[in-house]
Design a protein. Sequence first.
Length: 369
Amino acid sequence: MTATSNAVIVVKIGSSLLIGEDGTLRRGWLETLVSDVAKRHQAGASVIIVSSGSIALGARKLGLEKGGRANLSDAQAAASVGQIALSSLWSELLAEHDITAAQMLLTLDDLEDRKRYLNVTATLEKLLENGSVPVINENDSIATDEIRFGDNDRLAARVAQAASADHVYLLSDVDGLYDRTAGGAAEGQFIGLVEQVDARIMAMADGSSSSGLGSGGMTSKLEAAQIANLAGIELSIISGREEHPLERYALTDVGTLFKASGNANARKSWLGGRLTSAGTITIDTGAAKALSEGNSLLAAGIVTIDGQFERSDVVEIANPDGRVIARGLAEYDALDCAKIIRRRSSELEALLGYAPRSAVVHRNQMVLV
């Protein structure tokens, strides 16, 4: 898989690949990765790097236990120290190939809030237009447990959406996805191609980070694949253990490729990739079927609502089993929505005292997930 000219690619590197088991930086390996990045950059591709490692680097400098993840204050302090070292390292190595590095530190709200998301998009566009390589990390020095991505896999997918990227490469400590649901790790079957991330695929992940340095695992990578694919972006999980990992994948195709399942517009891509919502609307079987056929959500199909959302807030839509099947912008606030549950459209004006809107969630403001 070689990046074509004018393509936009996102490359995510985890802590366990940057930092060796002895706690020191794997500089030699990183130099080979930067060489791979430079080759693609020189061929005309735009490259964005999502790099973990600030907490691990800072923890070593501060002498903190458990890699700086013993508690939130340790993690924030470690990130503050480590981010300087991390950004300096990327700047130095990219400069050796005459490439300018740019640093962006993002929080969950930067990509969940629509206006801030558009600001991120504009900044990325300008940086790539000028030939820079943005190096992105979560702003762990101020992020809290409640307001954070929690892993850079999902951050990479959201950044890819914001940049209208063509492909995401998640460098991992394994070659890709293995089906371990049948016979355990030793007998797992390697999965080279995934057409759709469904419940069967999600069951193959365990959610743990084998190194103890990172915060993700295969579960977060599969969630990242879902986010990317909804926006029409392909994603690959490939091994980062060997030198020149991008070149190795281009030559061998050893990795797991997740095919893009659609090509949503910009607003629907943003909706599909959101990790938070203001509330949940549970619907009946008939309404679920209507949504799957491309229709809007009407009041008659609503069973229950949960949350104190306002009009234009993002809400999740769940089927009778509680599984989220769609995400969209509410046309009513929670109070009015509660008044019209199970009611026909012809009844709404009398109940609300004003001319009703055409739907509770309009199909043009909704994405199936």
